[in-house]
Design a protein around this ligand. Structure first.
Ligand SMILES: *Cc1c(COP(=O)(O)O)cnc(C)c1O
Length: 234
């Protein structure tokens, strides 16, 4: 992809988000576009930022630190969206504005411990295994209320909402039940009054299905291929 193509792709994705939001009677201004930048180099990431993405989201700590050293993300906030190992928490806390993928209590505890040591409060989303897949991590919907109770006791994290990656589907409409289930979980658990829990972000939808996710209430969508083209796994 050339830089011009990446910029054009961002504009197309943005237009699709606006259309989906309007179809659902939502204000498009409330929906943030996260460029899922894994396996794309600093110049591609800069093109996406020039195209107007709101946020960059990375999956791997090492790759993120390399690109950050190259100034790849300058101008937009950085989020962590991939599976995070506990021994890598130190490198992510404070650098990333939001961790989308807090998928277990031990990970939440480690994030809080590291952030607390540095005098920070780290914003996180709880990842939900919405399709109950063995291959995916995350809290089950049934576990969520207790996870929130436990998270409420951790002084240096703030839970800002939920994230999920639904099962791989043939057609975007097939993910609709999962998106709706996550949206319901988000709403049902928003009323609880804990000081460090503020359910304001619902992170769902990727290249194949972000429009469907927006129609179902997403306000953070994570788009990689739709911006950068296919990733080249070598
Ligand atoms: C790679 C990735 C995306 C983007 O996937 P595409 O299908 O390329 O848009 C979104 N979210 C997460 C967590 C990812 O790892």
């Amino acid at each position: 992809m050339t830089e011009a193509e990446i910029i054009r792709n961002v504009q197309t994705v943005r237009e699709n988000i606006v259309r989906a939001a309007e179809e659902a009677g939502r204000d498009p201004a409330g929906i943030r576009l996260v460029a899922a930048t894994k396996m794309n180099d600093a110049s591609a990431v800069r093109a996406a930022i020039a195209g107007g993405v709101d946020i960059c989201g990375e999956n791997r700590v090492q790759e993120m630190l390399e690109k950050q050293g190259q100034g790849a993300y300058d101008g937009v906030p950085l989020h962590f969206i991939g599976h995070l190992q506990r021994n890598k928490v130190r490198q992510v806390v404070g650098l990333c504005e939001l961790i989308h993928s807090a998928d277990s209590l031990p990970l939440l505890e480690e994030i809080s411990r590291v952030a607390g040591n540095r005098g920070l409060v780290q914003d996180v989303l709880l990842e939900i295994n919405i399709g109950a897949e063995d291959s995916k991590s995350g809290f089950s919907p049934e576990e969520l209320p207790e996870a929130l109770e436990r998270a409420a006791l951790l002084p240096a994290i703030r839970v800002r909402g939920l994230m999920a990656i639904p099962p791989v589907c043939e057609k975007p409409e097939e993910n609709r039940p999962f998106f709706l289930a996550l949206q319901k979980l988000f709403v049902d658990n928003s009323g609880k009054k804990y000081d460090n829990i503020r359910m304001d972000f619902l992170s769902m939808g990727m290249s194949a299905d972000y429009a469907e996710a927006v129609r179902c209430g997403a306000n953070l969508v994570r788009v990689g291929t739709g911006i950068f083209g296919p990733r080249h796994y070598t």
